[in-house]
Ligand binder design. Structure first.
Ligand code: LLP
Length: 405
């Protein structure tokens, strides 16, 4: 567990539950680790802020010099308000509207374009400007079908076979392609997918077709273990191979380029957990159900992807084991954090920690059933800080009424 049991219990006592708790030091270690294992002098890590946009965490990453992958005008605005300089932000939305392109282009943030029709419109409106092009790497991998991004069955990027059409559009509008980008998927299951996608993108990056390149961006997708028995990917070996492939490419291209990756999950997943309290136990003819004070709108990954999140009984760690459905408080049968999960005996009032809740949990949250999102606590050098308070029920309702016309 990223955060010790005692610290989680202290956080729950001080701030109540449900509560997201993040260990900022672990997040920074993960960020730094990537620089250590990918031995390329000009490496930039663009943290994918969709994974977790907690303002305190973003501030810490900004101070550490991290760059950002952004996917909406809202993310760009927040990043700028926190102080990320425009040069350290890349904009990679899909299904962009004209208004959104204009809004982001005005900020000076570099646009990453992943469709021929948008490239054409962009060239007409902003001739002579810098741009990054997103290709579909044609490698199919990802933790689930919903998080697989490469291959023709997904909406992302321009197909590799259209590289010459891209070059043609670019020269017609005098655009300068300063970067090429690909993202294969989230939670990549094979190291070889990373290498194959890199090679596919590098095969398009010839000096004849794209002479002005400053960087190649190979997206995110680095996996972290979710189950206790899962082993960690050997990132040191992977980093060495990545650097070797890129060195070879830069030799052929004729210049040493910047290398970029865009991890979200790798940087924040493990540093967070959601602490919840069990308030209702049922024994339905032998099927044990533990009802908690949180639900799928606050941590949707098990329901949405069938994802496994390890659960720890914080207040009865040595109880005799039994098998539970860990259920939420939402009026839906599917509202379960875990199904038939062996856990130390759960009693009403016990606190549970749902692990690996730093990535794609709070950020995918909502207020279905009109339950406000939990507060978020950030731990730095052993100190607990309330980073974001939750709205009260009344504040949530006031917000809804204020938006209603
Ligand atoms: N770059 C691009 C262009 C992306 O689309 C994504 C993720 C990333 C980087 C970061 O990927 P990561 O390193 O975090 O795997 N909600 C899903 C994950 C969706 C990822 C979407 N794009 C989940 O909870 O598993």
């Amino acid at each position: 567990m990223a955060v010790s049991r005692d610290t989680l219990l202290q956080a729950a006592r001080e701030f109540g539950t449900p509560l997201f708790v993040y260990d900022a030091d672990l997040m920074l270690r993960r960020y730094q680790e990537l620089h250590d294992v990918i031995a390329w002098p000009r490496l930039t890590i663009h943290y994918a802020m969709k994974a977790n946009y907690n303002v305190a965490l973003l501030g810490i990453l900004n101070a550490a010099g991290a760059a950002l992958d952004t996917v909406s005008p809202g993310e760009v605005i927040l990043a700028r308000r926190i102080g990320f300089p425009v040069e350290r932000i890349l904009y990679t939305a899909n299904s962009m509207t004209d208004a959104e392109v204009r809004e982001v282009q005005r900020t000076g943030v570099l646009m990453n374009i992943g469709s021929l029709s948008r490239l054409e419109k962009f060239g007409r409106e902003f001739p002579g400007t810098d741009v990054c092009i997103r290709f579909n790497p044609d490698v199919v991998d990802g933790e689930t079908a919903k998080t697989t991004t490469g291959g023709p069955a997904t909406k992302f990027g321009i197909l590799m076979q259209d590289a010459d059409r891209v070059a043609d559009l670019v020269s017609r509008h005098g655009l300068r392609v300063v970067g090429l980008h690909e993202h294969t998927g989230s939670g990549l299951t094979r190291e070889s997918s990373v290498y194959r996608s890199m090679q596919n993108l590098m095969s398009l990056a010839t000096p004849a077709r794209f002479p002005d390149l400053r960087f190649l961006d190979f997206g995110g997708g680095f996996k972290v273990p979710y189950r206790p028995e899962e082993t960690r990917v050997d990132y040191a070996a992977m980093g060495a191979e990545i650097a070797r492939l890129f060195r070879e490419f830069c030799g052929a291209y004729g210049r040493e380029l910047e290398m970029r990756f865009e991890p979200g999950r790798y940087i924040v997943a493990e540093c967070g957990c959601l602490v919840i309290e069990v308030n209702t136990l049922k024994d339905n003819q032998g099927r044990l159900m533990a009802g908690c004070n949180s639900g799928f709108p606050q941590l949707i990954r098990p329901v949405m992807y069938g994802a496994y999140h390890h659960i720890v009984n914080l207040t009865n760690p040595d109880g005799p084991e039994a098998v539970y459905d860990v259920c939420g408080n939402i009026c839906e049968t599917g509202d379960r954090f875990a199904e038939l999960r062996p856990l130390p005996e759960i009693r009403e009032g016990d606190l549970l920690a749902i692990e690996n809740a730093g990535a794609y949990c709070y950020s995918m949250g909502g207020v279905y059933n009109l339950r406000p999102m939990p507060a978020e606590v950030v731990i730095r050098a052993g100190e607990l800080h309330l980073a974001r308070r939750g709205l009260s029920n009344h504040e949530l309702v006031e917000q809804i009424l204020a938006e209603s016309v």
